[in-house]
Design a protein around this ligand. Structure first.
Ligand SMILES: [Zn+2]
Length: 327
């Protein structure tokens, strides 16, 4: 598979890493890319204990966008389960229907745990949701063990490690439920009580992020040291960097060729920086709720405008010098 993909692409690098991390099935979930497509994965998850899905193992597809992890994966269940419609993209806030609430620090593992935690929650008419009776769900759970995937050849009886008395499902289950609560809230942020509950916490973090963008990037890195820290540190310093390249020209007017070279140089630096800065920079505005999202966006637009104004002024001054000289 390695020869087929551009190994410099952030999505490919990230997916290869996640595939290695998820290579061995656990007792609760397993996911791997298809042999011929790194951007389509098949997964199996165990139904949460103490629910109507207890004893069920459910299979499905995960389709990754080329922009992953900046954009969320789409999740499609293949096993009838009575909670999610088969063959339809699931309406979780972390699935393709709500791209605005996906966080790049989340992973395929996060999505799998969220699905498990989300199964016992109420469908409430959301897209792709089903509200089958407990009896129907239990019957489907039993039947799910017979499912064999024609595409990846996975059999549900052997897809996951067998639960043993030593295994500790409650820790996984607890984690899954906590994540599902967070995700549930994000999906309903416009209406329900969860929105008002969260408002206090969100406004605290939004004030700090509006005050100083680089601080919020550092907080982001502190929250998720595993994936983002390496990329976050260059981006924090980057805020000041666009200005210095223009500075050397202040003393004397540049010839057109020098100016062109300088512009190309700046352009090149900008292009070169982009892949590194994008993963670290975007999470900051996305992580916050609407108000701070707008605040960060305005800040970025203002910084961009200021930089553009400086560059144009530089060009204008240089041209003026040249004009005077020729007269
Ligand atoms: Zn499969």
């Amino acid at each position: 598979m390695e020869g087929k993909y551009n190994l410099k692409s952030p999505a490919v690098k990230r997916l290869m890493k996640e595939a290695a991390e998820l290579r061995d099935p656990t007792e609760h979930y397993h996911a791997q890319p298809l042999e011929d497509n790194l951007f389509e994965w098949h997964f199996s998850v165990r139904g949460p204990p103490d629910s109507d899905f207890d004893g069920g193992v459910y299979h499905g597809r995960i389709v990754l966008p080329p922009e992953y992890p900046m954009k969320p994966p789409s999740i499609i269940l293949l096993t009838p389960n009575g909670r999610f419609e088969v063959g339809k993209k699931i309406c979780l806030s972390i699935s393709g229907h709500h791209p605005e609430t996906w966080q790049p620090s989340w992973s395929i593992r996060t999505a799998l745990i969220a699905i498990i935690g989300f199964m016992p929650t109420k469908g409430e008419g959301a897209i792709g949701s089903l509200d089958y009776t407990p009896e129907e769900r239990r019957a489907l759970a039993k039947k799910s063990q017979d499912f064999c995937c024609e595409t990846c050849g996975c059999s549900m009886r052997s897809a996951l490690l067998t639960l043993t008395p030593n295994s500790n499902p409650s820790a996984e289950d607890h984690q899954a439920k906590r994540l599902a609560q967070q995700i549930n809230f994000k999906a309903e942020s416009s209406s329900s009580r969860h929105a008002s509950e969260s408002r206090g916490a969100e406004s605290e973090s939004s004030t700090s992020s509006q005050g100083d963008a680089s601080t919020s990037a550092e907080q982001e890195a502190a929250d998720e040291p595993r994936t983002e820290q390496v990329e976050a540190s260059p981006s924090a310093a980057e805020e000041d960097r666009p200005l210095p390249p223009a500075a050397p020209s202040t003393g004397r007017p540049l010839s057109p060729r020098q100016r062109r070279a300088q512009q190309q140089n700046q352009q090149g630096q900008r292009d070169g920086r982009e892949p590194a800065s994008r993963p670290a920079f975007a999470p900051a505005p996305r992580q916050q709720q609407d108000e701070s999202h707008t605040g960060s966006a305005v800040l970025i637009v203002l910084l961009t405008l200021a930089l553009a104004a400086l560059i144009f002024r530089r060009i204008y001054l240089a041209q003026e010098y040249k004009f005077d000289f020729e007269l």
